[in-house]
Design a protein around this ligand. Structure first.
Ligand SMILES: CC(C)(COP(=O)(O)OP(=O)(O)OC[C@H]1O[C@@H](n2cnc3c(N)ncnc32)[C@H](O)[C@@H]1OP(=O)(O)O)[C@@H](O)C(=O)NCCC(=O)NCCS
Length: 179
């Protein structure tokens, strides 16, 4: 992914930084909670399983993936992640992904981070279209996307396997230049 700077969060509680190997256990600890994964396609069995999704963690990730740790300012500990699990540079398109530990839900942090990443993608990474695919049951995530100006484009039927069964996903997008 081509970019000229990393996104910087000015939120009083959290900041963004690269994901490091020592983050994996904390990330897995909340991603393996049913309230976190139930409205997503995550299907993890262990921290090693999660690490295999995001390795290498040494800054040499494939161009198609770009994900950052959301870390608590006070402790430096990982409390979330946000980034793009798929990037298509020739089409200037990227698909957003994010998750936060339930302890920090409902404080506007998701909305702050999605707004920040979308602005950064358009202004610094050359992305014209940021898309997000969301299970229709994921009301919190849909609220965040709506807050950030995403438009609903329709239902993708049996789009992604959710713990063994094809699941429907809503397609949302934000285009460069939109509010
Ligand atoms: C989705 C997620 C990142 C939201 O983070 P957050 O910091 O709580 O988000 P915010 O506080 O900015 O906004 C939450 C919104 O959900 C709304 N909300 C909260 N509980 C809700 C519920 N039960 N039903 C509907 N909306 C709800 C809030 O009112 C708020 O919307 P508003 O600002 O329009 O009032 C977080 O819930 C999460 O990590 N979920 C698990 C992983 C996940 O689903 N990732 C996204 C996959 S597409």
């Amino acid at each position: 992914m081509l970019y000229d700077s990393l996104p910087i969060s000015d939120h009083e509680l959290v900041e963004l930084r690269p994901i490091v190997r020592s983050d994996i256990d904390r990330w897995y600890a909340y991603l393996s909670q049913p309230c976190v994964f139930e409205h997503t396609s995550w299907d993890l069995n262990s921290p090693e399983d999660l690490a295999s999704h995001v390795l290498p963690l040494d800054g040499t990730s494939p161009e198609a993936m770009f994900r950052l740790a959301v870390s608590e300012r006070a402790s430096g500990l990982l409390v979330g992640t946000i980034g793009f699990h798929s990037v298509w540079p020739p089409d200037r398109r990227a698909e957003l992904a994010y998750d936060l530990a339930p302890e920090i839900w409902g404080k506007g942090i998701g909305t702050h981070l999605v707004r920040l990443m979308v602005k950064w993608a358009h202004e610094h990474a050359g992305i014209a279209r940021v898309q997000a695919t969301v299970m229709p049951s994921n009301a919190r995530s849909i609220a965040v996307l709506r807050n950030c100006g995403f438009e609903y484009e329709g239902l993708l039927r049996s789009y992604r396997v959710v713990r063994g069964r094809p699941g429907d996903f809503g397609m949302y997008s934000h285009i460069a230049g939109e509010p």
